[in-house]
Design a protein around this ligand. Structure first.
Ligand code: TMP
Length: 233
């Protein structure tokens, strides 16, 4: 690729295009966990996450949720609208796992009575701490109306994805979203993939996501491929 590299993250690179309002996202195979303390590669992850994210963005678009997604350009590249990212990670949870299990003492796998929406401050140096609306307000990350919008979009996206994945025998345990502004309009950004979601097989609760890498459980590539195959089935 010859265009100018604008930004390099842990899993993706962002390149300039000739259009000022669009950028190219290149999906790498690099994987990190625990704020970059654990590093590795997941073979073909970039290809699969690009394909899986493109699939989900198209599904959401067909259900009225607009995102930065414009089109999948090639195996590892997606064309998106350039966003000014809101420094908040929106996590939606249906089943206790990960940091919610640790924080509340709920065993992994316990179904939550209703979905939980959480906000995290997107700041690597601080380790992305959990924050509430008051923190968001004093940090100036978003207005109260914008926070309400992020909350509602989180629930709407959850209901679309959960319903769809059920038909593929996949439980959506939890997932993380990022949003940004394009011309004052808030759009869904980043990616929706096994890096950013917990997916469990509906019958066995077998993990089909990045927890296999985080927890050194093996079978990571196969799990990402299986999610892709099930979406396409
Ligand atoms: P957690 O249980 O570790 O808080 O993770 C909740 C969800 O957010 C899970 O689906 C994985 C996703 N996630 C990310 O996408 N990036 C992150 O940096 C972290 C910590 C979690």
């Amino acid at each position: 690729m010859t265009s100018k590299l604008l930004y390099e993250g842990k899993a993706k690179q962002i390149f300039e295009t000739e259009h000022p309002y669009e950028v190219l996202v290149y999906f790498k195979d690099d994987a990190t966990a625990f704020d970059g303390q654990k590093k590795g590669q997941i073979h073909s992850k970039g290809i699969l996450n690009n394909a899986i994210s493109s699939f989900f963005f198209e599904l959401l678009d067909s259900r009225g949720v607009s995102s930065h997604y414009v089109k999948k350009v090639d195996e590892r590249t997606m064309l998106v609208k350039k966003l000014k990212i809101i420094q908040i990670e929106v996590v939606v949870r249906n089943i206790a796992a990960g940091s919610l299990s640790q924080r509340l003492g709920w065993p992994e796998g316990r179904v939550l009575p209703r979905p939980v929406v959480e906000f995290y401050y997107k700041d690597d140096a601080l380790g992305d701490p959990l924050i509430n609306e008051s923190h968001i307000d004093v940090l100036g990350l978003a207005s109260p109306e914008e926070v309400r919008y992020l909350f509602e979009q989180g629930l709407k996206i959850n209901s679309i994805l959960t319903g769809y994945l059920q038909t593929k025998k996949v439980k959506l345990v939890d997932f993380k979203l990022e949003f940004g502004k394009s011309d004052q309009v808030i759009l869904l950004g980043d990616e929706i993939s096994p890096d950013t979601c917990r997916f469990w097989d509906s019958d066995t609760n077998r993990k089909l996501d990045k927890d296999l890498f985080r927890r050194d459980l093996g079978g990571v590539e196969e799990a990402y491929q299986e999610i892709y195959d099930r979406l396409k089935s």
